[in-house]
Design a protein around this ligand. Structure first.
Ligand SMILES: O=C(CO)COP(=O)(O)O
Length: 271
């Protein structure tokens, strides 16, 4: 399997590691170095499968130095950003600062931010807007909880989050947007959505993007799945026609395991 292609649209698979609140800057550097060596040994083709990491804010300067110093092809982003650019916002981090550290991506609306910090769709929309203002590619996270899944309302709930978090933004502004579908009940639980569940939602998200924007935009947008992804299940999950990659939490803290996930095509060949 190569890029997901539909007509003229090539969506390079993206394997992203969200380190969450793990790895201080020294541990982060060791992890990134090991990941880089492992992928180099395996002759990983970064044009074919993009690899990104999302370290804590305090690691980003060290990550930048390592990536630039060693010419790594691994890209990186922040786990969150402020909707504001500067001023009296104690504890917040501006997209401007992240851009200066050469971040490629910014996660927006991760379920842990939505639940622990009560972030609304409206705030997420403002954060998406802030990311765009600073040339960071937003990776918007959406996904239902167990209640919505059990009541069969998961698609409607997730699409509502999508619409709310992108409201009033146009497709020119959103160029390059990545959407990560992360069902909350599958995060850190070992409970993984089946490949059909991941595909069902990714297809629904793409269809909704086609209604909100143009069909070209919908076809060009990468949609990832996140929630207990491991090397043993990644190939099946990415088998879905609309699933363009994975946002990995726990398994991204182990360089060898994460490198195996990034090399999911090999599992397809060897299984
Ligand atoms: O939240 C996640 C990635 O953002 C998923 O976490 P786990 O892979 O640990 O379930």
């Amino acid at each position: 399997m190569t890029s997901k292609t539909d007509g003229n649209f090539d969506r390079t698979p993206l394997i992203a590691g969200n380190w969450k609140m793990n790895m201080d800057h020294a541990q982060g550097i060791a992890l990134l170095q090991k990941l880089a060596w492992t992928l180099k040994d395996a002759k990983h083709d970064f044009q074919r499968v993009e690899v990104a990491v999302f370290p804590p804010f305090t690691d980003l300067r060290s990550v930048q130095s390592l990536v630039e110093g060693d010419g790594l092809q691994i890209v990186y982003g922040a786990q969150d950003l402020s909707d504001q650019d500067s001023g009296a916002y104690t504890g917040d981090i501006s997209g401007e600062f992240l851009a200066k550290l050469d971040c490629t991506y910014a996660l927006v609306g991760h379920s842990e931010r939505r639940t622990v910090h009560h972030e609304s769709d409206e705030l997420c929309r403002d954060k998406v807007r802030a990311a765009i203002r600073h040339n960071l590619t937003p990776m918007l996270c959406i996904g239902e909880g167990l209640d919505e899944r059990q009541s069969g309302n998961h698609v409607a709930f997730t699409l509502e989050q999508l619409r709310g978090s992108l409201a009033d933004l146009n497709e020119q502004e959103l160029e390059g947007l990545v959407v990560a579908y992360e069902p909350v009940w599958a995060i850190g639980t070992g409970e993984v959505a089946g490949p059909e569940d991941a595909q069902e939602m990714a297809a629904a998200i793409r269809e909704e993007l086609g209604k909100l924007y143009s069909e070209d935009f919908a076809q060009a947008t990468r949609i990832l799945y996140g929630g207990s992804v491991k090397s043993s299940n990644v190939a099946n999950i990415l088998g879905g026609a609309d699933v363009d990659g994975a946002l990995v939490g726990g398994a991204s803290l182990d360089a060898e395991e994460f490198a195996k996930i990034a090399r999911f095509e090999q599992h397809l060949l060897s299984n």
